[in-house]
Design a protein around this ligand. Structure first.
Ligand SMILES: Cc1ncc(C[n+]2csc(CCOP(=O)(O)OP(=O)(O)O)c2C)c(N)n1
Length: 342
């Protein structure tokens, strides 16, 4: 049996956690996911032109995790991530123009042209920082949660990590420390089953479930359907409430699938490390289009509303690319700014 196929109840998706959410909230979640999808598609389309001077790790297929998570957060809460940062940055409210400028290596990029796609940051909205070193941001987020606790800031920290990041020793150390100190942090694992082109089965014992491994550190850990934005939101609400009220950390494992290659544009399934049918099966469960269908079926997303969203998003993306491409390149005199040395 293929362990990497969807194992939830596809027909019950969205309805399970619909609750009393109103139309504005639900269509807002959809719009935010659609926006990320369209931004990623345009980045992918333009990537071959080679104006973007950065590696990229697209989140196409993984939109529901960032949006579901960040909908449960306050502006002052802090989000950290690894190398796959676009979804987290945009979900937390990061500025698109600053993101695209960064990816074009322009001076007004959100990391001053020093970071590229893997180091998106926007302190004004609590997008606190990322690390391209797998596992590198996990202790940093844990330290920020310790600071929040010591300074009584009432601020929750969230770290997005991949399944391979659970294999780094520092992730275990961080979970242990957070559980011991009851830190206000959520470890949000996007389990997409692959580390670059290595499937889970080549890296972890086959009988192990990641959330159960996390439970071994004596903290609440749950598994959610990462294609269901409402399921993600619900799990995050519980975790955030727990963290904010002094109850300590939670680990959430969301099963998701990336529709594109580990890095760069396009899909790389044909190289043989994953089955093309596996990707196609997950694409049918698309978190964006399936949620659209769910809302349409309930009269909560009219065709005209969708078209308006698409047009607005298209305009926003076009303008943001124009802005980035017209932005200044760093000059030699800028070489020593943002550089720290004793
Ligand atoms: C310490 C370290 N080891 C290896 C790499 C190379 N590397 C970059 S991304 C990646 C896979 C990470 O997989 P995962 O954490 O599951 O996240 P995903 O890419 O699936 O989102 C690896 C091995 C790295 N950047 N840092």
């Amino acid at each position: 049996m293929n362990r990497y196929l969807y194992k939830g109840d596809a027909d019950g998706r969205f309805a399970r956690y619909l609750g009393n959410h109103d139309r504005a909230f639900l269509s807002g979640l959809f719009r935010s996911m659609l926006r990320i999808r369209r931004i990623e598609e345009e980045i992918e389309r333009r990537y071959q032109q080679d104006h973007m001077k950065t590696p990229i790790h697209l989140v196409i297929g993984q939109e529901a995790t960032g949006i579901g998570c960040c909908a449960a957060l306050e502006r002052d809460d802090l989000v950290f991530a690894g190398h796959r940062t676009h979804g987290a940055y945009l979900s937390k409210g990061g500025d698109l123009k600053a993101m695209l400028s960064e990816m074009h290596c322009r001076l007004n990029g959100c990391a001053g042209s020093r970071g590229g796609s893997m180091h998106l940051i926007d302190k004004s909205v609590g997008m606190a920082g990322t690390s391209a070193i797998v596992g590198g941001a996990v202790p940093i987020a844990t330290g920020a949660a310790l600071a929040s606790q010591m300074q009584e800031l009432n601020r929750v920290c969230v770290i997005f990590l991949g399944d391979a990041t659970t294999e780094e020793g520092v992730t275990s150390e961080s979970l242990n420390f957070a559980a011991l100190k009851k830190l206000p942090i959520v470890y949000f694992c996007e389990n997409n089953f692959y580390s670059v082109q290595s499937p889970l089965a080549t890296r972890q014992p086959p009988e192990r479930e990641i959330y159960k491994w996390a439970q071994g550190h004596a903290l609440p850990a749950v598994q959610v359907d990462g294609t269901d934005v409402l399921a993600v939101y619900e799990a995050m609400k519980v975790a955030v409430e727990c963290a904010r009220s002094g109850g300590g950390p939670t680990f959430i494992e969301a099963r998701v699938y990336r529709f594109r290659a580990h890095g760069g544009a396009g899909d790389d399934s044909k190289t043989g490390y994953r089955e093309i049918q596996e990707r196609e099966a997950w694409e049918k469960l698309c978190p964006v289009e399936n949620f659209a269908q769910f809302l349409q079926d309930r009269g909560m997303l009219a065709a005209a509303m969708r078209e308006e969203m698409e047009a607005d998003i298209r305009d926003e993306i076009e303008q943001a690319f124009e802005f980035a491409l017209a932005s200044p390149n760093p000059q030699e005199k800028d070489l020593y700014t943002h550089v720290y040395a004793d």
